[in-house]
Design a protein around this ligand. Structure first.
Ligand code: SF4
Length: 397
């Protein structure tokens, strides 16, 4: 790529800067950006994903092609293989009686469909899982769902960010150019190149958010972009000292947006409020581990601009959503740790992350209930500052 003119010392920002220009001059190219673990994933055949409470959705073609084959299977084991589904989907896979095990999951924990008819015969969701991907403009971001234990374990490792250019498949559409790419690159540079903690990175991004909202040309004019870069890096550098979490405001924000109400969580929140501090010590190695998990998590969230496009959020609302989800993951992890061995173990971090993803980010009802897309900029900015004041990646003061 041509990185001429990018600010000296910048890496990811320079790459995304160039990407924004390539989107116009070379629309036949796609930029792939993803944590290297995506390429290294290998299914451990734990079958955990085949026995979850979620539904595996099927389209009409799959239903028509396979229903009678399974229903009439000589073993008689797969009667009523698919159940009617809700709007938008033809059906869902049936489960074994009284359990969440998929009807096709054999005693040896292997998929009957895969064994008998091959991997391509499985429902599309099963073939893809835990891989997912988002496409915005010329930016394609494959990732791994953290609900898969094996993938989640891999995403706890620090790893590298892979940046590649490939030719766009001919049959793929050319979505509109994504003007926010340089800003995404700027934030990614903060967490990957300048080693700023995910919460601090978002807290400091208030600087660039304000600049862009005052003058959207900051995203398109090279001189202004360069100015934005230097101003943002400066803002991060000035924000280095330790800070105490604004506990009562954090907890109030968490309670107002109530991602998952439960009596145990309420008791824990009351305890936090009373003590106004961490309920147990977090070790240095746990902090480092948490930093790697949250860095991969925020990277995935920043590269996925669906909330901006599908839910019509503004940039401020989008940034607040990311800040709130970091807060929610940390509070929930503390709560789970408190009720177990009071250690932020990898399992606890992953469980907290999955709960937030399910209850908040993949839950349209949550967005509707809180009218997220009606929050004004000032409210979002205040809320970002409060939410990011809890930063378990940094030592406690
Ligand atoms: S169809 Fe196979 S891969 Fe899909 S959930 Fe059932 S057992 Fe698992």
């Amino acid at each position: 790529m041509n990185l001429q003119g990018a600010p000296e010392g910048s890496t990811l920002f320079a790459w995304f800067w160039d990407l924004a220009q390539e989107a116009i001059s070379r629309p036949e190219l796609l930029a792939l950006v993803y944590p290297e673990q995506v390429d290294q994933f290998e299914c451990s055949q734990c079958a955990q994903c085949c026995q979850q409470p979620w539904n595996i959705e099927l389209d009409a073609d799959y239903y028509d092609h396979w229903y009678s084959t399974f229903d009439n299977h000589p073993s008689g084991r797969f009667k009523n293989p698919f159940l009617p589904a809700t709007e938008g989907t033809r059906a869902v896979l049936n489960k074994q009686p009284g359990s969440n095990r998929c009807l096709f999951l054999d005693q040896d924990n292997l998929c009957f469909i895969h064994k008998e008819y091959g991997a391509e015969a499985k429902p599309e969701i099963c073939q893809r899982y835990p891989h997912e991907a988002s496409l915005h403009g010329n930016l394609y971001s494959p990732s791994l769902k953290s609900s898969c234990k094996t993938a989640a374990r891999m995403l706890e490792e620090t790893g590298e960010l892979v940046l590649r250019m490939v030719k766009r498949p001919d049959q793929w559409e050319h979505p509109p150019v994504e003007p926010l790419q340089p800003w995404i690159g700027l934030l990614l540079e903060g967490i990957w190149q300048h080693s700023i903690s995910p919460a601090r990175c978002l807290a400091g991004s208030v600087f660039s958010l304000k600049q862009i909202s005052a003058n959207p040309l900051f995203l398109t004019e090279l001189d202004l972009l360069s100015q934005l870069y230097h101003g943002q890096v400066q803002a991060w550098r000035q924000d280095t000292g330790p800070k105490a979490p604004r506990w009562s405001e954090c907890l109030e924000l968490f309670a107002v947006l109530d991602p998952f109400r439960a009596p145990a969580l309420d008791r824990f929140l009351a305890k936090l409020k009373e003590g106004n501090r961490l309920p147990f010590a977090v070790s240095e190695s746990e902090r480092q581990h948490l930093s790697a998990v949250l860095r991969n998590y925020l990277t995935r969230r920043l590269l996925n601009l669906n909330p901006l496009q599908a839910k019509g959020l503004t940039l401020f609302q989008f940034a607040f959503l990311q800040a709130f989800s970091l807060l929610a993951v940390q509070v929930q992890a503390l709560c789970l740790a408190w009720y177990s061995e009071r250690r932020l173990t990898p399992e606890i971090l992953v469980a907290a992350l999955n709960q937030v993803e399910t209850a908040v980010l993949q839950n349209p009802a949550w967005f509707d209930r809180h009218r997220f897309n009606q929050l004004d900029s000032a409210t979002c900015l205040d809320a970002i500052t409060v939410a990011t004041s809890l930063d378990l990646c940094l030592p406690e003061i």
